[in-house]
Design a binder for this molecule. Structure first.
Ligand SMILES: NC(=O)c1ccc[n+]([C@@H]2O[C@H](COP(=O)([O-])OP(=O)(O)OC[C@H]3O[C@@H](n4cnc5c(N)ncnc54)[C@H](OP(=O)(O)O)[C@@H]3O)[C@@H](O)[C@H]2O)c1
Ligand SMILES: [Zn+2]
Ligand SMILES: [Zn+2]
Length: 350
């Protein structure tokens, strides 16, 4: 059985995405086949397609915030039945035996996890293609259950933006009484505000965009600091237990370190690469502060986050688009003009 799939792909670096038909693998015994309903648009899709990380493979079908319905299950599948709602995030496989995988932290697989797109399947060596398409085939281990009753369009971004901010909030044990700051109000930033707020933290947004202040408060921030105003930055000194920094490009971390409380941590989830300017270690040493990094989250943790969002009625604030509008959506994201996640209605592909 050949599975013909319709999608949108980047065929070369920095070129517009175009309609693209391709073939997915025959489902294996442990696979589920998902008819994709909604696919979120992450800034990582742009980084990948623009080869910002030096690993682009074309044609590239981006998309790793996938919500759909199961239309086929392999013989050994136990978790899903045909008709179930299902979610797929940034990874579709891992080695399953290294120390990270054994802890349920497949995102840190020592042999490298298999990414949902722009990667190579570890069993058959075929390229992986993402959610800007109408069907996907994934081993059930990397598929999560989507709570019934949740708004499916707003749920798609939970699969990356949600879990990427949930994982550090949980790892650094954010709860009642914690003070959390978020740098950048985009897809990840707005989920970080909602999730930290729901966990009981007092939340502050650092933004370069004065126009986003009212939205930040509506999303759950108690304070908004304009990061371009040195006076406001000074007034925020010694406050935060955790800062989640979602900025996608190189930027100066030095102004944020003094705003950490004693023993506080700034965790980078956005920019991948060398820092410029260099980080001054003085406030780190004198305040026992940390700078850390974090990537997405494990499968069990993703399920925990989805269940939490189901219980608390949390979804992303989305602008639903037809896939034909994807290039315009990317241009708007590059201008920090998204409120606060684009989600593709995959019905527009049919
Ligand atoms: N670690 C992981 O597992 C993981 C997972 C998903 C995504 N990511 C990465 O996280 C980053 C954010 O993704 P996203 O989808 O949330 O992006 P996004 O929706 O484009 O939001 C990024 C926000 O950062 C701020 N910003 C943008 N450019 C900036 C600059 N040059 N200097 C300072 N602030 C800037 C803007 O907020 P203001 O207007 O409020 O300043 C913007 O809205 C991307 O790099 C993405 O690749 C990482
Ligand atoms: Zn992402
Ligand atoms: Zn592993």
């Amino acid at each position: 059985m050949v599975m013909n799939v319709k999608g949108y792909a980047a065929l070369a670096v920095k070129e517009d995405l175009v309609p693209h038909s391709f073939v997915r693998r025959d489902p294996r015994e442990d696979d589920v086949v998902i008819d994709i309903l909604y696919s979120g648009v992450c800034h990582s899709d742009i980084h990948n397609a623009y080869n910002d990380w030096g690993s682009a493979k074309y044609p590239m079908v981006p998309g790793h915030e996938i919500i759909g319905r199961v239309v086929h299950v392999g013989k050994s599948v136990t978790k899903f039945a045909v008709g179930d709602l299902a979610g797929v995030g940034c990874m579709v496989d891992s080695c399953q035996h290294c120390s990270a995988c054994k802890q349920g932290l497949e995102q840190y697989c020592e042999e490298g996890n298999t990414l949902t797109y722009n990667d190579i399947d570890r069993h058959d060596g075929l390229p992986t293609f993402g959610g800007y398409s109408d069907k996907i085939v994934v081993t059930e281990k990397f598929v999560v259950k989507v709570p019934e009753g949740i708004d499916l369009r707003g749920a798609a971004p939970l699969l990356c933006a949600g879990i990427t901010t949930w994982s550090p909030l949980r790892h650094w044990q954010v709860g009642e009484g914690s003070k959390v700051a978020v740098v950048g109000l985009g897809g990840l930033g707005h989920m970080a505000i909602k999730l930290a707020n729901a966990l009981g933290a007092e939340v502050t947004l650092f933004t370069r965009s004065p126009g986003k202040e009212a939205d930040a408060r509506r999303l759950g921030a108690s304070h908004v600091v304009l990061s371009t105003d040195p006076e406001q930055m000074k007034a925020a000194a010694n406050q935060f237990d955790l800062i989640i920094d979602t900025v996608p490009y190189v930027h100066d971390l030095n102004p944020y370190i003094p705003t950490l409380a004693l023993s506080g941590t700034l965790v980078l989830v956005g920019y991948l690469g060398a820092l410029d300017p260099f980080l001054n270690t003085v406030p780190l040493i004198l305040g026992r502060k940390s700078v850390a990094g974090s990537v997405i989250g494990g499968i069990a943790e993703t399920q925990e986050m989805l269940d939490f969002c189901g219980q608390h009625g949390i979804t992303a604030d989305v602008e639903v688009i037809n896939i034909q509008d994807i290039n315009n959506a990317w241009q708007r994201m590059l201008k920090s003009d998204v409120k606060y996640r684009f989600v593709i209605d995959i019905a527009s592909l049919k």
